[in-house]
Write a protein that binds this ligand. Structure first.
Ligand code: C5P
Length: 236
């Protein structure tokens, strides 16, 4: 499994791009200055495994497909993904303990190359009102802690959560869970569709391990310069 990162290796650029060629080209430019690269739904749906392999040629891949289905189906999806050798793999904690346990068990077949299994708690785009619309009354922080406990007890190595929940997760579960944190916005940059956000410096100071950062890098006039400026702002 990937070691815990420091400095620039904490940054996971999100390659939310429509073609494999665009993603491979940007990954090659960013890789010397970053950690793993995120391949998510947009790119994987467009280009499939070859799109991921183009990125994997230059960096470990955070494969963010947010699997969410019955345990047997999710375990099968994990088995199908193992030959691609993702370094990190996501599933939705809301799928429940049996689904997460089935994914972890399926991943064990990769031995030392087992991907880090990360459970997505509450999407960083959701605020209390959108969460309440889905029937969850307690607010994001409470729901994140509930899902975190289920996921970690079922065998997830870590969590995907917003920066706002990192301190509470560290208080409740200590240093062991790997925390991957989207919803990162350098001071002064556009919020876009994100709701629960913080700056890169704040997220790391609070205990985040990796930062997933998309548009502030990919839509910058100079993505490499934007990435390097963020990396320079991080504590060691
Ligand atoms: O462009 P931006 O920095 O908002 O991209 C954030 C990335 O993190 C996106 O690729 C999104 O899919 C991902 N993500 C998220 N919230 C989660 C899990 C993943 O924004 N809870």
């Amino acid at each position: 499994m990937l070691p815990r990162p420091t400095r620039a290796a904490r940054i996971i650029p999100a390659l939310d791009l429509p073609t494999a060629a665009d993603a491979a080209a940007l990954a090659a430019r960013l890789a010397p200055h970053a950690g793993p690269m995120k391949v998510g739904l947009e790119l994987f749906c467009a280009g499939g495994p070859p799109a991921m392999q183009g990125v994997a040629a230059v960096a470990p891949v955070f494969l963010d497909l947010k699997l969410h289905d019955i345990p047997n189906t999710v375990a099968g999806a994990v088995r199908s993904l193992l030959p691609l050798r993702p370094a990190m793999l996501t599933l939705h904690a809301g799928g429940g303990a049996p689904m997460i346990a089935a994914a972890r068990q399926a991943a064990e077949a990769a031995g030392d190359a087992r991907p880090i299994i990360l459970a997505v708690t509450v999407l960083t785009s959701m605020d209390a009102a959108t969460l309440a619309d889905t029937g969850v009354a307690g607010g994001p922080a409470q729901q994140v802690l509930r899902l975190a406990r289920i996921a970690l007890e079922a065998g997830a190595d870590g969590l995907v959560c917003s920066p706002l929940e990192v301190p509470r997760i560290r208080d409740a579960f200590g240093a062991a869970p790997l925390l991957v944190v989207p919803g990162i916005r350098p001071a002064g940059s556009a919020t876009d569709d994100q709701s629960r956000i913080a700056t890169p410096e704040q997220a790391v100071a609070d205990g985040a391990d990796w930062l997933v950062i998309g548009r502030p890098i990919t839509r910058a006039d100079d993505p490499v310069a934007a990435l390097r400026a963020i990396a320079a702002s991080l504590p060691a």
